[in-house]
Design a protein around this ligand. Structure first.
Ligand code: NA7
Length: 547
């Protein structure tokens, strides 16, 4: 359906006078499928995307070494058997260019681009109670009206630069990893500084270390990294994967994080030291998130169990890094293994054995400022040609906060969530009718596409239910939000991950008000999340106010 004719018409009470029935913000993994599903429903829909092409995370994060940490063949969309049949993955953990190609292939196959407006950032979204619709403002000041507004904005799409003075004064090349340039950046012979040692930094460091002239890594908090154990997928192997897609996807549906990995039912301390060492050796040598998602069931809840698993990894680091002083610096001391999202690596620790690589512990020698020539710490001046900011994101709620989202009576979403997200099922917020968050805070989170597909289908179900019945106002109730929020906060208690500062608990030390961990995710496992949401849909959405 051509929507151009409707665009620009003034929003009034009748849906036909609104520009769209539904607007989707974002054309990444979630937004693409959301657009597909809403189009299938026959509603007038348009997606707005800040990037110049589809892909979201896989469009922006084009830094060297960016790749999956989830098995490629568990990450692709499952909704189309034809798509599963047509796409071959070349590696068990595909690099970013391949994933970006995949998402473009999906956009082509389903002719999605004709309903996406690219290079368009949504800056504001205001709800109008009199006409029960949303009016969104684009970066050029123009506006569009819609009955339903669906956010598909990801959880890691608001990059944050470090709060270090002088960042603008650097005369060389520099950028945040999220905003990596499309042109190839050459590191050969260059003096490079990188700030950060999260999952992103680990991928870049191990990649550019192969060609860089000199690399200085500024580390504040080390992370517990485990080997990715990636490999190529032969044609024959891909054929086998394709034949097993049914089984693979069924397995992903059963595990808490929608990965192929699931925890071992044993408790760590009920095993002998020999048994657990053998088990961990196996996990350490296996591909993907095995050590994090496939460990003993108490690894992320029992401190003693966690300490033993941490010591196992610490010894691996000691055995791989030649200089014992450097090795100790690379071993986290303030949190245990798996309490933050585990970075996966390929030769990361060996990088520190290279003579042209230097580790700077910024807790010992803090960065004082960025200068025209490089980075000045309390100990010395480091001169660079390139500075990379692998400093992370204002995760989960940050992208919402960067838009001016206002609900009933001008209520600001940022203020409603000032003390942490409050949602109904991670989809609705009280006071924001007709706003649906695909992959919102407090929803089930894990292997991203697996969770996003479910989220999109559930959101689509609500819109279908409303449109079929001529309902024009779908709103969360106070009880619904209170019950869900209390339930999610209760579930998260006792999870060591929720006590640790990281993007997963909404902590970003560069941002005011984001210094202490909060429960940002539903932690009851995706199967239970789906069961809950399915029951709500089957009962006709009892905790929503429908009119
Ligand atoms: P992360 O995991 O949030 O990592 C950001 C890193 O940047 C982390 O090591 C931070 O140290 C460091 N950082 C941030 N600001 C500073 C300052 N001012 N000084 C020194 N170091 C700083 O983001 P990533 O992009 O690596 O990964 C995000 C997710 O993307 C990842 O988990 C995957 O799911 C994909 P800190 O730990 O705060 O001390």
């Amino acid at each position: 359906m051509d929507t151009a004719a409707e665009a620009g018409s003034a929003g009034t009470g009748a849906s036909a006078r609104l520009d769209f029935d539904a607007i989707v913000i974002g054309a990444g993994v979630t937004g693409l499928y959301q657009l597909y599903k809403l189009r299938e429903l026959g509603v007038r829909v348009r997606a707005f995307e800040a990037g110049s092409r589809v892909g979201g995370t896989w469009y922006w994060n084009r830094y060297p070494g960016a790749r999956f940490d989830s098995e490629s063949w568990t990450y692709g969309y499952a909704f189309s058997r034809e798509l599963l049949n047509e796409w071959d993955w070349s590696e068990h953990f595909a690099p970013q260019p391949e994933t970006e190609r995949y998402l473009n292939f999906v956009a082509d196959k389903f002719d999605l681009r004709r309903d996406i407006q690219f290079n368009t950032r949504v800056t504001a979204a205001h709800y109008r109670e009199d006409t029960r619709n949303w009016e969104i403002t684009l970066h050029d000041g123009s506006r569009r009206t819609t009955r339903f507004l669906v956010t598909a904005i990801g959880i890691l799409s608001a990059p944050v630069m470090p709060n270090i003075p002088g960042v603008e004064s650097f005369k060389g090349q520099s950028c945040h990893t999220h905003n990596w340039p499309k042109e190839t950046v050459s590191f050969a012979g260059k003096r490079v500084g990188i700030i950060g040692t999260g999952a992103t930094a680990v991928q870049i460091i191990q990649t550019i270390a192969k060609t860089v002239g000199h690399l200085t890594i500024f580390q504040r908090t080390p992370n517990w990294c485990a080997p990715l154990n990636n490999s190529r997928i032969s044609t024959e192997e891909m054929r086998g994967i394709r034949a097993r897609y049914g089984e693979i996807l069924a397995r992903c549906r059963e595990t808490p994080g929608c990965y192929v990995h699931s925890t071992d039912p044993r408790s760590t301390l009920n095993t002998t030291p020999e048994e657990r060492t053998a088990f961990w050796e196996k996990r350490y040598a296996s591909p993907g998130f095995g050590f994090w998602q496939g460990n003993f069931q108490d690894m992320l809840t029992d401190r003693a169990a966690n300490a033993l698993a941490s010591e196992f990894i610490a010894n691996k680091i000691r055995s791989r890094v030649h200089d014992p002083v450097v090795a100790e610096k690379l071993i986290p001391k303030d949190h245990g293994v798996g309490m933050r999202r585990q970075p996966l690596e390929t030769g990361y620790y060996e990088v520190y054995n290279q003579p042209n690589v230097e580790l700077v512990d910024v807790r010992e020698t803090p960065i004082e400022r960025v200068t025209a020539a490089g980075i000045q710490t309390s100990a010395k001046a480091h001169d660079f040609d390139i500075i990379i900011y692998a400093t992370g994101f204002d995760a989960i709620t940050g992208t919402f906060d960067r838009m001016d989202i206002r609900g009933v009576n001008g209520l600001r979403l940022k203020e409603v969530w000032a003390n942490g997200p409050q949602t109904y099922l991670g989809v609705f917020v009280q006071g924001f009718p007709n706003l649906l968050m695909a992959m919102g805070p407090h929803a089930g989170l894990g292997n991203y596409t697996r969770c996003a597909e479910y989220s999109v289908e559930w959101v689509t179900g609500v819109i279908q239910y409303a449109t079929q019945r001529g309902l024009t106002r779908v709103a969360a109730t106070a009880e619904g939000v209170r019950e869900w929020t209390d339930y999610v906060l209760g579930l998260g208690q006792g999870q060591l991950m929720n006590e640790t500062g990281s993007w997963m608990t909404g902590v970003n030390r560069n941002l005011e008000g984001k210094q202490t961990p909060r429960i940002m995710r539903y932690s009851g496992g995706h199967p239970a999340y789906r069961e809950h949401c399915d029951a709500v849909a089957a009962a006709g959405y009892p905790r929503l106010a429908l009119a």
